[in-house]
Ligand binder design. Sequence first.
Ligand code: DQA
Length: 158
Amino acid sequence: MKKILILNGPNLNLLGTREPAQYGHTTLPDVEAFCTAHGEQIGYDVECFQSNWEGALIDKLHEYGRLHKAGEALGVVFNPGALTHTSIALQDAIKGVEPLPVIECHISNVHARETFRHQSWVSPVAAGIVVGFGVDGYLIAMDGLVRKFVNSAATHKP
Ligand code: DQA
């Protein structure tokens, strides 16, 4: 079974207790469990990884670049947290592992929030973007990966 990586950046380990009005009450282990279950349903092996360290996220993207080249990974669903708005290194990492598809995913609607959250260094190199659907966004992004990179012809059938 090919792999899908659910990759989460800084502070997303605090999901469930962190600013619940913004991010809800679902914890990261809950998110990882429902993504894994969804992966089983759609035929993918889901790996979940979270780090508060930019370099660890970059290393994981590099690893998935290699797995994708070997035909062992479909792509990545990535919530880079606040690094979205600051990290040129993440943009370079995603460019560096092309054509690995990376879907950028944000729980909140970043465009309805502070202006500093409107800028993303990841969006220009993302294969798709899911914003503002709460934690369901991770599932929407997984389905988007499959629809865009596996079933693209099927999506256009009536
Ligand atoms: C976030 C939005 C970011 O602006 C913020 O720094 C986060 C979470 C989201 O999922 O909505 O940590 O990526």
